[in-house]
Design a protein around this ligand. Structure first.
Ligand code: AMP
Ligand code: MG
Length: 482
């Protein structure tokens, strides 16, 4: 029996300007570290007839599937607000695989060698960051949040030099596509309207065929993406996810969470939380994520102007109207998400104050975000004493009064709360712990953690260690992992 690859590489058939044809650079001594069997199954891929060596060679890019047609994609992006021409500097798209249901997935190797877009980089990646992306992207998926996924990580048997010498690795990333806001920026900057139209039609064919025949495709695409990106960022806020590097090249047109470099989950509730060492100004802090989403969408809208209307003023006016709808839509969706977290049914004018008062209290008392909601669902984790304080008790009375209206019942509200409040998230100290072990050759703790993160909303035995925050005066910092 074969693996089951079914490639149809549409992106590689786009005009020259969109990409570079290139093969992964073979590596010395590939060795499989993790393989995602659940995801393989979903993709209708079967690796069970391959031996370890064959699997490692495959996911290292040393032996490519015959139907692959590998490319590096060109894109640009605003990085921390500054526009730059970028492109896949260390990634190669080996092709688009179709599942039996004809769902289309990009299969991409990350860390597979230099490309035309590598600039000063070595085209490689280190084991720790690739396993980190694997773990957190899978956790996000299992939290019910759209995300690229991870099929495998192999060690390359080669060193990569960063501040120190690290073990090299390649991640196989699976995405609905890798078209980004930055892809539109790259093509728009070339100022060739036919190329822009090609990209627009490509994206609509691939992701949003329902607007194929609409009167104004670019306006409708902008509307769809605005709505989907709002949903995405509301989901991030729900679980305390901080992306950390929301540059426009890291915003996907299919609206999946993409690029798990310096991301991390907030522990203590503080809206200004930033983990990324390079984000000195807090541009991508927890509370800024919706603001930046809107900013990125504005950059996207700018690319579409020439296609929206021949009259530029009119085009700008039409795009602005959509972009300006962001706040109202976001606020409504955020409020509803928070209502769900508190198990509230229906809409009450005062809900907003009830929600904000809880958040303010959590901030003042330095409460753990995830575990506070666990407490409200009657799962005690830590910091129990604080919940006995008067200000919290008073808040709780208001909440309990609110829970009584709109035909709510404990059964109903607990069910709702348990569907949106995770019992377990990838806590920073645990992530570090399992990555350390993996770097030292022990992948067991990583696999155990993955298993727990597979079912974040379910009660699982013996997971208290994964739920406990760590109290440390040292600020947790993340790095881009390049
Ligand atoms: P990121 O911060 O991961 O979104 O990456 C920004 C840009 O830098 C992208 O164009 C990457 O392909 C490129 N890049 C990151 N690391 C490397 C590397 N080690 N070698 C070459 N290019 C890289
Ligand atoms: Mg990126």
């Amino acid at each position: 029996m074969t693996i089951g690859w079914c490639f149809d590489n549409t992106y590689s058939r786009l005009p020259e300007a969109f990409k570079e044809d290139i093969k992964p650079v073979p590596v010395k001594k590939p060795e499989l570290v993790v393989l995602n069997k659940n995801l393989a199954e979903k993709l209708n891929l079967n690796f069970s007839n391959l031996n370890d060596k064959e699997i490692s060679e495959l996911f290292a890019g040393n032996s490519l599937p015959p139907e692959s047609n590998s490319i590096a994609q060109a894109y640009a992006g605003h990085q921390f607000g500054h526009f730059t021409m970028l492109g896949d500097g260390r990634a190669v798209l080996i092709g688009e695989h179709l599942s039996k249901k004809k769902d289309r997935y990009d299969i991409q190797f990350k860390g597979s060698g230099k490309t035309a877009f590598s600039r000063n980089g070595d085209g490689r990646a280190a084991l720790g960051p690739m396993l980190r992306e694997y773990l957190i992207s899978e956790a996000m998926h299992n939290l019910g949040i759209p995300s690229t996924r991870s099929l495998a990580v192999v060690k390359t048997g080669e060193e990569v030099i960063r501040e120190t010498s690290l073990q090299g690795a390649i991640l196989t990333r699976v995405a609905l596509s890798h078209v980004r806001v930055g892809t539109f920026q790259y093509i728009a900057a070339r100022q060739k309207e036919d190329e822009l139209k090609t990209l627009l039609n490509y994206v609509i064919d691939r992701h949003y065929p329902s607007i194929k025949n609409s009167q104004n495709k670019s306006i409708d695409l902008l509307k769809i993406i605005l709505d989907k990106q709002i949903d995405l960022v509301v989901n991030w806020m729900r679980v305390g996810f901080i992306h950390g590097v929301m540059n426009t090249d890291n915003m996907s047109i299919s609206c999946e969470t993409i690029d798990y470099g310096p991301c991390a989950f907030m522990d203590v509730y503080d809206p200004k939380t930033v983990f990324s060492s390079i984000d000195q100004m807090g541009r991508y802090a927890y509370c800024n994520q919706p603001v930046i989403t809107k900013w990125n969408l504005s950059r996207f809208a700018e690319c579409l102007i020439p296609l929206i209307d021949k009259n530029q003023n009119k085009a700008v006016e039409m795009a602005t109207e959509i972009i300006n709808s962001f706040e109202k839509k976001y606020e409504e969706k955020w409020l509803n998400m928070m209502r769900d977290k508190l198990g509230l049914s229906g809409v009450d004018e005062k809900d907003k104050y009830l929600i904000l008062d809880l958040l303010t209290w959590m901030h003042q008392e330095k409460m753990d975000y995830t575990n506070t909601f666990c407490h409200l669902m009657n799962f005690e984790v830590a910091n129990k004493e604080n919940f006995k304080k008067d200000d919290f008790e008073n808040w709780k009375k208001r909440w309990q009064e609110r829970l009584k209206i709109y035909n709510n019942t404990p059964e109903k509200y607990l069910k709702l709360m348990r569907s949106v409040n995770p019992l377990v998230i990838p806590r920073n100290h645990k992530v570090e712990e399992v990555l350390n072990e993996a770097n030292n050759g022990n992948i067991e703790p990583f696999n155990k953690f993955l298993e727990v993160l597979n079912k974040p909303y379910l009660e699982q035995r013996d997971i208290i260690n994964y739920q406990m925050p760590i109290y440390s005066n040292e600020k947790y910092q993340t790095f881009c992992g390049t």
